[in-house]
Design a protein around this ligand. Structure first.
Ligand code: FAD
Length: 331
């Protein structure tokens, strides 16, 4: 089973996006048991500085096309180039990161290859299906996150899926393959460039969940934007980052950049403290892989306690000040 992964560069850092590495390893774990190859496809103005890292996570080959005219995202040009690369390899599986770029290009390619695309998958696995042999099973939340749907494309190839950053785990030990890169010939057509970029203003990220070992998150139960200062104080005292449920964001307690869950960020810190969060499936989708979860909630029946490793039943506005006092005394 041959897999292709769309490789993306972060235009600000010039390095690989984490999701490209996560999906390379995922493709490796899907393809390798079936002796399939894992191929990366890249188009852009220049290769990411750390391209070699892909080969440390199971990539067999990288096909690339670089051209100054691809400095910015020109969807139609990307579609033509990546489609040509994919067609030349006839893969079974194609994986995209569900980034802004991936969300833009993946549907264009899927429709022009006349195949399906399952967006924002949370699980991918390969199994036998009826008389079709091994196919890709693509799992994603559906109907507002109330059910998990398993979607298949048994009659078409390639089977395409996108996955958000942080959803697929990277193991500590991983395969190290020799670096093998092939420049892909493209007859670039100027008519593929449909827009002109006058200026680009990078969005300043206020939250860094990637490097946070501890996340303290507040929900509707915190009660007000004013009380939310306790969440920030606890996060500061623990050297962590501030997270939030969608309800806390909707109530205006905190900025949307802090939202964790199905429509926010997916996180996996060493310690996640959920304060006044009920633990609905859409929130859990973003944090339940955390190594240790502590929940503080005044309702002993709150669903968050089902996934918490440790629970405190009580009022967050009373418990957090006690925790802060203790942390101060302990230095
Ligand atoms: C398509 C879709 C996408 C969604 N995406 C997301 C997402 O990305 N992230 C997300 O979080 N949600 C998301 N939601 C919303 C989700 O369904 C829940 O509504 C939301 O997570 C609830 O947030 P909450 O737990 O803070 O609020 P609530 O469900 O209202 O829970 C508040 C909790 O606080 C407790 N509480 C109240 N007062 C106190 C107190 N003083 N001390 C201690 N505990 C107290 C209560 O017992 C309760 O358990 C999405 C929903 C949909 C339909």
């Amino acid at each position: 089973m041959k897999s292709i992964v769309f490789i993306e560069k972060n235009p600000v850092t010039g390095k690989l996006r984490n999701v490209s590495i996560e999906l390379t390893y995922k493709a490796y774990s899907l393809s390798k048991p079936l002796k399939g190859e894992v191929i990366g496809v890249f188009a852009g103005d220049a290769l990411p500085e750390d391209t070699d890292r892909l080969f440390q996570y199971g990539l067999d080959r990288l096909l690339y096309f670089t051209d100054e005219r691809l400095k910015h995202l020109h969807s139609i040009a990307y579609k033509h180039i990546l489609k040509a690369m994919i067609k030349s390899e006839e893969p079974d599986i194609v994986l995209f990161g569900a980034t802004h770029t991936g969300r833009d290009i993946a549907p264009l390619i899927a429709s022009s290859l006349k195949t399906g695309l399952t967006a924002d998958c949370t699980q991918l696995y390969v199994e036998d299906y009826k008389d079709k042999g091994k196919i890709l099973f693509q799992v994603r939340p559906a109907f507002g996150g109330n059910i998990l749907a398993t979607i298949i494309t048994p009659d078409n190839r390639p089977m395409m899926a996108s996955v958000r950053e942080g959803v697929m785990l990277l193991p500590e030990k991983h395969p190290n393959h020799p670096v093998k890169m092939e420049s892909f010939p493209v007859d670039f057509n100027e008519s593929w460039i449909k827009s002109e970029f006058l200026s680009v203003v990078p969005k300043v990220k206020k939250v860094d969940f990637n490097s946070a070992q501890t996340i303290v998150s507040g929900g509707a139960g915190v009660g007000s934007a004013d009380n939310f200062r306790l969440i920030r104080e606890l996060a500061n005292a623990l050297g962590g980052e501030v997270g939030a449920s969608r309800a806390a964001v909707d109530f205006g307690f905190v900025d949307k950049d802090h939202q964790i869950g199905q429509t926010g960020s997916v996180v996996r810190p060493k310690l996640y403290i959920a304060c006044g969060i009920s633990g609905q499936i859409q929130h859990r989708a973003g944090m339940e892989e955390s190594q240790k979860i502590i929940a503080i909630n005044k309702d002993p029946e709150a669903p968050i306690f089902k996934i918490a490793h440790m629970g405190v039943v009580g009022d967050v506005n009373e418990i957090i000040p006690v925790m802060l006092r203790y942390l101060k005394e302990e230095g």
